[in-house]
Ligand binder design. Structure first.
Ligand code: SDX
Length: 389
């Protein structure tokens, strides 16, 4: 009747669920296809990292030029997706829709409009991955324009062909071409967010791909998984939490008052958003990189933005001293994007704009060497009983 199975690990903690050649997440290093994250953040652009993840190798100058041209050529959205964004954008103000759900549905709709949607050959998958990488910033930008009640920026082209991926994202959202510093900060944040082995959303994408389902479907599922505040949604939740602390303390960020606030949160067993990680126990390699860049950008923008970092640093110190828990990448991301004036509900969609490259690489890797992912469950329900007892 019963099949003996090993006791399950809650949340599959520590379980190695498969091989990957894309990324290695270790306590002492984060590596994309052999390149360490500090090296990439310092020396590569997001477009180069995207190429590395999708194609498997660092691009030559010519390959990079061609790849960037492909992205630019694919930025514009089909009219049906723009119509959808115009319809649903106003629902955000009414609380019926949130940007992450809009990105999810827009990606699904893009699949319905893609003539290659059902093809899962390596070549078709790669073309679709590039189209999605190109179009997701346009979805975010046009959506924000509708939310702001402003005309859609560059609906025919999806942006300014003279701008790189990160700068164009900021331009699409605001209609303003960003300065070099804002471009660099967002570019690095995209690199840091691009890939992280078998995290929950990537694993979701691989499970979907493992049934031989298609790229758009797998990415749609991955977006739904990323949305939750225990995963990618934490960058918005972290900033919301800092705003809550700042409001509760009337802007007086005295460390003693912050400690009192946090002790109350600990007593209430609240999770502090942007802290902790399933894998990293001594800190997330990405967090200090983004913290330093974000803080420098905040300093240039004025004391009112630095104040968020000062509060964040007090919160970090208390978490480390009292709980031995480090911030993850989502904690500095919140403060950083805030300093750049990015609307909080777009933080997780921007995570999508980066992670699409990692997801697509994993979906392609799954399709290239596939076996259905179907684990067992440990049954803990009622003993056998008779319907007509
Ligand atoms: C991302 O997996 C990835 O790689 C994800 C990611 C990626 O790039 O793809 O890195 C991106 O998702 C980052 C994580 C974003 N989430 C958050 O910031 C939400 C807050 N964090 C936590 O809920 C938590 O730390 C998780 C979800 C990130 C990890 O959860 P685990 O591994 O299941 O750990 P746990 O919840 O079982 O916590 C273990 C202990 C508990 O205490 P005890 O019950 O053992 O006494 O640590 C405590 C927890 O209460 N703890 C926290 C905490 N995180 C852990 N306590 C308060 N606040 C926290 N944030």
């Amino acid at each position: 009747m019963t099949t003996a199975a090993p006791a399950p690990k809650a949340g599959l903690e520590g379980v190695v669920a498969g091989d990957t050649a894309i990324c290695n997440v270790e306590q002492d290093a984060l590596i994309y296809r052999g390149y360490e994250i500090h090296d990439l953040a310092e020396n590569a652009t997001f477009e180069e990292v995207a190429y590395l993840l999708l194609e498997g190798e660092k691009p030559t100058a010519e390959q990079l030029r061609f790849f960037k041209d492909e992205l630019i050529a694919n930025r514009a959205l089909p009219p049906a997706v723009i119509d959808y964004l115009k319809t649903v954008g106003p629902m955000v103000a009414q609380g019926a829709a949130v940007p992450m759900d809009i990105v999810r549905t827009a990606v699904s709709l893009l699949g319905n409009l893609d003539m290659e949607s059902q093809a899962i050959t390596p070549e078709a998958n790669l073309r679709k991955a590039k189209r999605l990488t190109a179009k997701i910033p346009t979805i975010i930008g046009h959506m924000q324009n509708v939310i702001d009640g402003k005309p859609i920026v560059a609906p025919d082209t999806g942006g300014d062909a003279n701008l790189g991926h990160a700068a164009n994202l900021l331009y699409l959202m605001s209609g303003q071409r960003p300065d070099k510093e804002a471009e660099k900060v967002v570019d690095v944040s995209l690199t840091l967010y691009a890939e992280h082995d078998y995290n929950a959303s990537t694993f979701t994408g691989r499970v979907i791909a493992g049934t031989l389902s298609d790229m758009h479907g797998a990415v749609t599922g991955a977006i739904a998984a990323l949305k939750g505040p225990l995963h990618g949604g934490a960058n918005e939740a972290a900033m919301d939490m800092l705003r809550e602390i700042m409001a509760d303390l009337n802007g007086n960020i005295d460390p003693g008052a912050v400690r009192d606030w946090m002790h109350k949160a600990f007593d209430e067993k609240r999770k502090l958003m942007g802290f902790g990680h399933r894998v990293y126990k001594n800190g997330d390699h990405r967090a200090p990189i983004l913290h330093a860049l974000g803080r420098a950008a905040a300093k240039k923008r004025g004391a009112e933005f630095v104040k968020w970092f000062e509060l964040g640093e007090i919160v970090q110190k208390i978490m480390l001293d009292e709980k031995n828990i480090h911030p993850n990448v989502d904690f500095p991301c919140g403060m950083t994007y805030y300093a750049l004036g990015i609307p909080v509900p777009q933080y997780t969609p921007i995570f999508v704009a980066a992670r699409i490259t990692g997801w697509a690489a994993h979906i392609m890797e799954q399709h290239a060497n596939n076996r259905l992912i179907r684990p067992r469950a440990n049954y803990v329900g009622p003993d056998l009983r008779k319907w007509n007892a």
